[in-house]
Write a protein that binds this ligand. Structure first.
Ligand code: GLN
Length: 187
């Protein structure tokens, strides 16, 4: 669990509910001790600047190249994207997607909804969108797991998972369980 800025506590609570041990990662050495890293929602420019300042961006890329899985929600998705529409802000660039920031317009900048996510079973996934991005381009090898209003909001590329919304704020555990399964090589 990357612990610079954002809704870290809520993610840790979901992992606790799944009886999955977690570490709040603030320093490079801690990255060596985890098999998967969650990047929370928050403010992508702030988190990106902090990552760069502490050299954590390079460290995360290196760990990912050696097999560490990464799950980003909201700002985390933006940071994982190779391209961010209209922005040169610092990023990890791990995933072959383009992210569009604050993409759901004014009236519905923040809203809660049910998403159909076939990979997670029949029951819809409860999701909160808070000034959420969406994925405007997916590269080869990127699987679209959910859309909302014709916009891609959940994607997977091998051991990388990214959600435009916050599953951790509404008591959902299934998105995190999928990530844990990815980390353990079970999905
Ligand atoms: N709009 C934010 C950003 O661009 C993301 C919002 C969120 O993570 N809830 O960083």
């Amino acid at each position: 669990m990357l612990d610079f800025q954002g809704d870290v506590r809520e993610h840790v609570a979901v992992l606790d509910a799944l009886k999955t041990p977690s570490v709040r990662v603030k320093r490079e050495e801690q990255l060596e001790t985890v098999a998967g890293l969650i990047i929370p929602g928050g403010e992508s420019t702030t988190i990106g600047n902090l990552l760069r300042h502490y050299g954590m961006d390079e460290a995360i890329r290196r760990r990912h190249a050696k097999g560490m899985a990464v799950f980003g929600t909201c700002a985390g998705l933006i940071l994982m994207a190779r391209e961010i529409q209209g922005s040169q802000q610092p990023r990890l660039g791990l995933m072959d997607i383009t992210a569009a920031r604050n993409a759901f317009g004014r009236q519905i900048q923040s809203f809660e909804t049910d998403l159909s996510v076939p990979t997670l079973g029949e029951a819809p996934l409860r999701a909160v969108f808070i000034r959420a991005p969406y994925v405007s381009r997916v590269g080869e090898g990127v699987e679209t797991l959910a859309t909302f209003r014709n916009r891609i909001v959940l994607v997977r590329q091998s051991n990388l998972l990214a959600a435009a919304f916050h599953p951790e704020l509404v008591g959902e555990t299934r998105a995190h369980r999928l990530f844990v399964d990815i980390v353990r090589g079970r999905a």
